[in-house]
Design a protein around this ligand. Structure first.
Ligand SMILES: [Zn+2]
Length: 183
């Protein structure tokens, strides 16, 4: 039995997860235990991208395989720390998922969200995934996640937070459905 202790320091609180992975072939299942509550124990399948936690079952199970929004925090932490290879289809989102793994967070989905893959000219045309999220249905703000960065766009005022805009800002606003939806 292979075991790995993942320590994550979040402010003053120290939280860790213990992952255990059985040896052998077949579909690896990973058990994830929380330090906060010893009764909390989830089963993760990295291959099928499933988790038995309530967040995954209630909010993420309907997303297709290889959709980054399928990843609860346990899947993100697991992939980040257990050296599981992401499938090639998720390569455009690798930096983003790694970031959420380090942050110990599930991929944001909010009330509404949309993913898009762009050719990133700053990286020789490599495909990079972007994620746009409206947290609450009546929010003017849409968050755009790109690699490990987050940008905020106020739709009502047509401005990016602090004047920081992501690559392809104009194209995103014109083409993503989430920007067309208003209150
Ligand atoms: Zn989970």
């Amino acid at each position: 039995m292979f075991k790995e202790l993942v320590l994550i320091s979040a402010g003053a609180a120290l939280l860790y997860y213990v992952f255990s992975k059985p040896k052998g072939r077949g579909r690896p299942k990973v058990t994830c235990r929380s330090s906060r509550d010893p009764n909390v124990k989830y089963e993760i399948s990295p291959e099928r991208q499933t988790c038995t936690c309530p967040d995954w079952k209630e909010r993420r199970s309907s997303y297709a395989l290889n959709d980054p929004r399928r990843f609860c925090k346990h899947l993100n932490i697991c992939f980040e720390n257990m050296n599981f290879q992401l499938p090639p289809a998720l390569a455009p989102f690798e930096d983003m998922l790694q970031h959420f793994g380090l942050e110990q967070k599930g991929t944001p989905i909010g009330a509404d969200s949309e993913i898009v893959v762009v050719e990133d000219k700053t990286r020789g045309g490599a495909e990079t995934g972007m994620l746009a999220v409206r947290k609450n249905p009546d929010d003017d703000w849409v968050n755009v996640y790109f690699s490990s960065l987050r940008y905020g766009y106020n739709q009502d005022e047509d401005r990016w937070s602090y004047g920081n805009e992501p690559p392809y800002a104009d194209e995103l606003i014109q083409n993503l459905q989430i920007f067309k939806k208003r209150r």
